[in-house]
Design a protein around this ligand. Structure first.
Ligand code: BEZ
Ligand code: FE
Length: 301
C-alpha cells in the first residue's frame, strides 16, 4: 500500500483513534471464523476497504453513488452479460488474478485474461481447417508447435481458439446459437498445429452499462487491442489461457482490460493477393500468416 501522505493523515488524533478503532473492531469480528483462508481474505479486505475510504475521505454522496453503480451492475447482469467481470477486467483485477495464478515458469508461454466469449461446444476442425465458418474478415493462416518447457513436442494438445470478426463481434453476440470464428483442434505427433482463422481487429468491450459509463467518465476507451484467443491443454501440463496480439496495433498499450504482454505480440505477415498459401488454398484476396509456438508449464507449476 502507498506510504505517501494521504488525506487521512490530515485528521486529528481523536478522529484517527475513532477511525482505527472501527477498523480493529471489524477485523476482530472475524476472530472466530472457522475457515482460516476465509478469515485471511475478510480481514485483508476489511483493512484495504477501510484504508481506501479513509485515504480518499469518501463523502456520503460518493458512497451512495458507488452503491448505485453496483446496483446498476447487478441489474444488467444475467446469464450472458456479466457486468461485475467487466468491472474486474477494466480495473485490472482480472489480469492481476491471472498474474498471481500463472507464475512465470522457465520459458512457458505467458497467460492473459479469459474474457466472457469462450463457449464449451466449439466446432472441431482438422489440422489446416478453417475456424472462421463464414465470419467476415481477412483470412489468416496460424501455425506453430506445442512443447513442454524441456522442448519436447506435445502431441494431442487440445487447442481452442476464438476471436471477434472484422465487425468486432463474436458469433454469440450476433446470435447465442451461432458458432463462427471459433473452433478446436489437436496438435499432431510433432506437437504441430495449423489452421485458418481471421486477422484480429480491435473491438469494444460491451459499454452500454455502468462500466461503459465509468470508462467514459474517466476518459478511457472501451476498445480491446486486436487479439486471437487460445486455450491450450494437455495431460500433465498447466492449461494455458492466452491471446496473441498483432504487432503494430496503434492501440497496443491502451487495451481496456490490460491484457497485453510483450511476449504475446506476434508478427502477422501481410501476404498480397495471389501469394500461394501453405495448403494450396486459392484466395483472391490478401491474407496474413502468423507463427505462434506454445510452451506449456507442467501441471501444478
Ligand atoms: C475478450 O477478450 O473477449 C474480453 C475480455 C475482457 C472483457 C471483455 C472481452
Ligand atoms: Fe476477445
Amino acid at each position: 500500500m502507498t506510504t505517501e501522505p494521504t488525506a487521512a493523515d490530515a485528521v486529528g488524533p481523536e478522529q484517527e483513534a475513532v477511525e482505527t478503532a472501527l477498523v480493529e473492531t471489524v477485523v476482530a469480528s472475524f476472530d472466530h471464523c472457522p475457515d482460516p483462508r476465509l478469515k485471511e481474505i475478510m480481514v485483508s479486505l476489511t483493512r484495504h476497504l477501510h484504508a481506501f475510504i479513509r485515504n480518499v475521505r469518501l463523502t456520503e454522496q460518493e458512497w451512495a453513488a458507488g452503491i448505485d453503480f453496483l446496483t446498476e451492475a447487478g441489474h444488467i447482469t444475467d446469464d450472458v452479460r456479466q457486468e461485475f467481470i467487466l468491472l474486474s477486467d477494466t480495473l485490472g483485477a482480472s489480469m492481476q488474478t491471472v498474474n498471481v495464478n500463472n507464475v512465470a515458469y522457465a520459458d512457458a508461454t505467458e497467460a492473459t485474461v479469459f474474457g466472457p466469449f469462450f463457449v464449451e461446444d466449439s466446432p472441431r476442425v482438422e489440422l489446416g481447417g478453417d475456424v472462421s465458418f463464414g465470419a467476415p474478415g481477412e483470412p489468416c493462416w496460424v501455425e506453430g508447435q506445442v512443447t513442454d518447457t524441456a522442448g519436447k513436442p506435445l502431441a494431442g494438445a487440445r487447442i481452442e481458439v476464438w476471436e471477434a470478426d472484422e465487425d468486432g463481434l463474436y458469433d454469440v453476440q450476433r446470435d447465442a446459437g451461432r458458432r463462427a470464428a471459433r473452433g478446436h483442434l489437436f496438435s499432431d505427433e510433432n506437437g504441430e498445429y495449423r489452421f485458418w482463422g481471421l486477422t484480429p481487429t480491435p473491438y469494444p468491450i460491451p459499454d452500454d452499462g455502468p462500466v461503459g459509463k465509468m470508462l467514459a467518465a474517466v476518459g478511457r476507451s472501451p476498445l480491446r487491442t486486436s487479439h486471437l484467443h487460445f486455450m491450450v491443454s494437455h495431460p500433465g501440463a498447466r492449461t494455458l489461457v492466452t491471446h496473441i496480439f498483432p504487432e503494430g496495433d496503434p492501440i497496443m498499450w491502451k487495451d481496456s482490460v490490460f491484457g497485453v504482454k510483450e511476449s504475446l505480440i506476434k508478427r502477422f505477415e501481410h501476404q498480397p493477393a495471389g501469394t500461394p498459401t501453405p495448403d494450396g488454398r486459392q484466395l483472391k484476396t490478401a491474407w496474413r500468416r502468423v507463427r505462434f509456438d506454445i510452451v506449456l508449464a507442467p501441471a501444478g507449476a
